[in-house]
Design a binder for this molecule. Structure first.
Ligand code: SF4
Length: 239
């Protein structure tokens, strides 16, 4: 399979079948903690990076050959080796999956394009959106996520607030914390203010556990993650 991966077990989604919507590695960010290595196509330009018809053909074949695995699947997860919302045909894929399956669909996104109302409409048909928000000041955002220069974190926050208004499914906001980078308690308090405005269903606190491809990226100590969870409130969990 070229575009499907798994089923994989993850801490947050249980067992899910992943779909990759971008060529390696096309992303609007180049996060310090990325497990996939350096972003070689840092872009905000949307395109049909991978042909949706080819993905869908692969998915149909997988369904035909894995009927016994379907009952154990929690989600079909649109994600992959880059930012999936960069693919202009993401809504076509969601609609086609709906026609052949009653499985729940999740989109994992770095949130970078959510300020765009038309893009938000393209993903409203899923059951779960897992957007990221690691920093709330532009300075820290640039340090952690190393975004394309056109992206402003204030626009991302506005996009997330609008998404919450428009989307009827669940939003599980992921916050990736890197030791001595974005885990300062003053920053966490600002993050909490932004998250309160976004009002996600869950806040999933994460910290790099596997060694990222970059040196100098370390996990936050468990005791500090616990303190941060307490600041972020009842919806927060450490994953
Ligand atoms: S947004 Fe995801 S894929 Fe893109 S660089 Fe960050 S961790 Fe990697």
């Amino acid at each position: 399979m070229k575009y499907l991966y798994g089923p994989i077990k993850s801490r947050r989604l249980g067992t899910s079948l992943g779909i990759n919507l971008t060529s390696y590695k096309t992303c609007s960010f180049n996060c310090v903690y990325c497990q996939l290595g350096k972003t070689n196509n840092l872009t905000v330009s949307r395109s049909e990076y991978i042909k949706i018809d080819e993905i869908f053909d692969e998915l149909r074949v997988w369904f035909d050959n894995h009927k016994e695995d379907l009952a154990g699947l929690g989600y079909i997860t649109i994600s992959g080796s880059g930012e999936p919302t960069l693919n202009t045909k993401i809504s076509d894929l969601i609609n086609q999956i709906r026609k052949i399956s009653s499985l729940k669909i999740a989109v994992i996104t770095n949130s970078s394009l959510l300020a765009d109302a038309s893009l938000r409409r393209e993903i409203l048909g899923v059951d779960l959106i897992v957007p990221s928000l690691d920093a709330v000041t532009q300075e820290l955002f640039v340090k952690v996520n190393r975004p394309h220069q056109a992206i402003k974190v204030d626009d991302i926050i506005k996009g997330l607030i609008a998404l919450r208004r428009e989307f009827r499914g669940k939003i599980w906001l992921e916050v990736m914390l890197v030791k001595s980078l974005n885990d300062d308690i003053r920053h966490i308090r600002k993050l909490k203010e932004a998250i309160d405005r976004i009002n996600p269903d869950k806040i999933q606190i994460n910290s790099p556990v596997r060694t990222p491809s970059e040196e100098g990226v370390f996990s936050v100590a468990k005791s500090k993650l616990k303190k941060i969870k307490d600041i972020l409130g009842d919806k927060a969990e450490i994953i």
